[in-house]
Design a protein around this ligand. Sequence first.
Ligand code: FES
Ligand SMILES: [Fe+2]
Length: 436
Amino acid sequence: MYQSQAVIGITNARKNPPLAQCVWPADALNNIPDWVYTSQAIYDQEIERIFRGETWNFVALEAEIPNPGDYKRGYVGATAVVIVRAEDHTISVFENRCAHRGAEFCRASHGNTKEFVCPYHQWSYDLKGNLQGVPFKRGINKVGGMPPDFRNAEHGTRQLRVATRNGVVFATYSDKTPPLEAYMTKEIVEEFDVPFSGKKLKILGYCRNELPCNWKMYHENLKDPYHATLLHSFLVVFGLLVPGIKSIVFADKEHGRHGYMASAKPDEIYATVAADDKAEMRSFSDSLRLRDERFLDYVREFDSPWSANMMTMWPNLIVQRQMNTMGVRQIIPNGPNSMVMQWTMFGYEDDTPEMTRHRLRQGNLMGPSGFLGLEDNEALKFVQEGIRNSSTDNNVVKLDAGHQGTARNLISESCIRSLYQYYREVMDIRVAEKAA
Ligand code: FES
Ligand SMILES: [Fe+2]
């Protein structure tokens, strides 16, 4: 999909083991082996069991395709799909692969059309992905052409199941995936409905960046409040997340695969941090001040105890709400050592022009080159580099040991542990026996 893997180089064989050699260390909850992030065989299995398994994958916001004929190119896992609104206003998601010879027939990133025509030999598809036309189907002067038993209905695109909630569109490959709300679980639905209450959305813009790291690292990053107060000096100095403020790292109770990291910013612009905590946080500086303090204005717009809520919905969606900047981010896996992050920033149709300006200004916190995004991107890159090139092979997740799932303290890796327990089950990964 993208090129940087060539730049990073080739993964050596020890870091790229076949499935049979992928055995998790015996102390499974407190360790993550490197091959989880570097093995091609593991990645291939993730595409089959996770992205094409019993999961709802985020694909679009309805506001991107409001009218019949509107379409958008997208991804389910690494597989290219098209998301289209048909004449009857229903939404279809189908693979962007021509049933003839496999061409990705939809070339534009979005647009409006009456049909899709493959550029290679001009087979055409309707807005639900059904094959409708094959040029020279009966040959020329009855010579050549398709066999008489060729039926268009048997040669459409691969079509996925679709579900929507309050303007957000999901697709799944599996007939067994439970209804969307059951899949999300109750608490995740409640938080999801805060920005997505059914109010009409307005798309504010897109960003896209490639990250030279494994796609799961982004889930971990958002289940890892420990780094947030240490890596992100901006979060700390401006009081967005400091030890002692009201916060939670939540993992869904059913599987531990979805979750969110939420916090409530105190009213002051700048943080007050206890002397003891300061000593632990080298990135904290009392003297940093904003030139333009409007950047951190907060207009309370939701009935929610949280001013920030970063939600991860397994396997590919991040719902970002940090004060008044909002967006969805789609994780697109791109081989074991790379992922693409597709950002869609939004507000609401009834926002005033001032509110839109404010959301855009505050968007500089989060984007790929924003105060927070930039630091995460860089950190995940050097984690992947360390993992790919080292002689040792293990990662330690012992903070707040013995706990799994939701944590109300920031110095915890309990949500990472619950995610990987679930992951081992779905991927059917063996855990080594404890030494006698
Ligand atoms: S590959 Fe699409 S028409 Fe031939
Ligand atoms: Fe971060």
